[in-house]
Design a protein around this ligand. Structure first.
Ligand code: GDD
Ligand code: MN
Length: 376
């Protein structure tokens, strides 16, 4: 596989040559089963970073350089990732800082983890064996650990991941291709939280490999105070987006619920149907309504468009919904009716419907409108 190591640079004249040479001489020779290459994404650094890159690139064919305007780290990465995927044919990309805070030798371990079958490998400071600079004072440690990692994990419900702001990672491009790089919520450092969130939600296999994060020796950090607020903003916006789907699902389900309840009541009160039968009729109508509104609205990003898929998925939807309606919802009504008496049938209906909602949301996400997961 072709693996592209992306190195973003802004005024890294004192670091970049040594970084490139270290990768070429000490790191890449250890990786025998992949074709390794480097993409430097420089934003017109005024210090002559590009001249350094060009000098080293004369000796190695696998180094490319692209240039952009300085808009921020996330903007530079979005541009570089698209280039690595579309122009260089990368099957995986590695994000690596130029300033030796990341040890380039760790690339070997990131690649090895991918070879074990992982899609997204995080160089992690917050798993056993990982470290942050001991020189960091309390405030910096606190901001990085609680402000960055714990806050993001809690709000986005990513407890499985311990370092959500690490800048060192490997991503298989099958997954990266599905991230909307043109509309990341941040052009700055928080871009990485957005990509991580999307890739984890796609169901990629994630592995955290411990890394030691060193103190910068040369040049200076470009991170600013505003990046902290930007990160909070990105995390909260992602949270709202995630809940939006569930809220829409509830609204659609609410409409279905009303249809179901109206048919049930009309059937029982006026036609004198058995409540179980009346519920089946109501549910059949509710399912039809749910299928179409969820397709057009809730899950519109994975909307079913072809006629064939429309009917096939509708059948699937009816079968899984019918299972829920028969065994979960109607089953609840049946048991209530049998053991607790007919008088409270409507209560059994409400309770059964609550259980049905949980079943449905799971099935819609995991089966019906499942985002097609790439085949490895
Ligand atoms: N092209 C480009 N454009 N490169 C940039 C820009 C930019 O606007 N801003 C920063 N870079 C480059 C730097 O030159 C360096 O190679 C790399 O991105 C990381 O920048 P630093 O300024 O050294 O970041 P940091 O050390 O403060 O932050 C690191 O650790 C954070 C976690 O504590 C990075 O790895 C972050 O991504 C990470 O979140
Ligand atoms: Mn740095």
């Amino acid at each position: 596989m072709k693996i592209v190591v992306i190195i973003p640079t802004y005024n890294e004249k004192e670091n970049i040559s040594r970084m490139l040479v270290t990768l070429e001489k000490e790191v890449f020779p250890q990786i025998k089963n992949h074709e390794m290459s480097i993409l430097v994404a420089d934003d017109k650094s005024p210090d002559g970073t590009q001249d350094e890159v060009k000098k080293v690139a004369k000796d190695y064919k696998n180094i490319e350089l692209i240039e952009g305007n300085k808009e921020g780290l996330g903007a530079a990465y979005a541009r570089a990732m698209k280039y690595a995927m579309n122009k260089m044919g990368g099957g995986a990309v590695i994000e690596l800082d130029a300033d030796f805070q990341h040890d380039p030798h760790d690339v070997v371990r990131l690649v090895a983890a991918m070879d074990e079958g992982y899609d997204y490998v995080i160089g992690s400071r917050y798993v056993p064996g990982g470290k942050i600079p001991k020189e960091w004072g309390f405030y910096r440690k606190f901001i990085s650990f609680y402000g960055g990692s714990v806050f993001g994990r809690a709000v986005l419900w990513l407890w499985g991941i311990h370092d959500v702001t690490s800048g060192y990672k490997l991503t298989r491009t099958e997954y990266l291709k599905k991230v909307d790089l043109d509309h990341l919520y941040s052009k700055y450092y928080a871009y990485k939280i957005h990509i991580l969130h999307d890739i984890v939600k796609m169901g990629a296999k994630v592995k955290e490999v411990p890394i030691i994060f060193y103190e910068r020796q040369k040049g200076s950090s470009k991170i600013e105070q505003k990046d902290l607020f930007d990160s909070f903003y990105v995390v909260l916006r992602l949270r709202v987006m995630d809940s939006e789907k569930f809220i829409k699902f509830l609204v659609v389900g609410g409409v279905g619920f009303i249809l179901n309840a109206v048919i049930l009541r009309l059937g029982v009160e006026y036609v004198h149907w058995n409540p179980s039968i009346a519920n089946l009729a109501g549910a059949a109508l509710a399912i039809f309504s749910n299928y179409n509104f969820n397709n057009l609205w809730t899950f519109n990003e994975s909307k079913i468009t072809s006629l064939r898929a429309y009917f096939y998925k509708m059948l699937q939807f009816y079968l899984t919904s019918a299972f829920g309606v028969i065994f979960i919802q109607t089953g609840t009504i049946f048991l209530g009716d049998k053991f607790l008496g007919r008088k409270n049938y409507f209560i059994y209906f409400l309770f059964g419907t609550g259980l049905l909602l949980i079943w449905n949301f799971t099935i819609y996400n995991k089966i019906i409108w499942r985002k097609k997961s790439p085949v490895a």
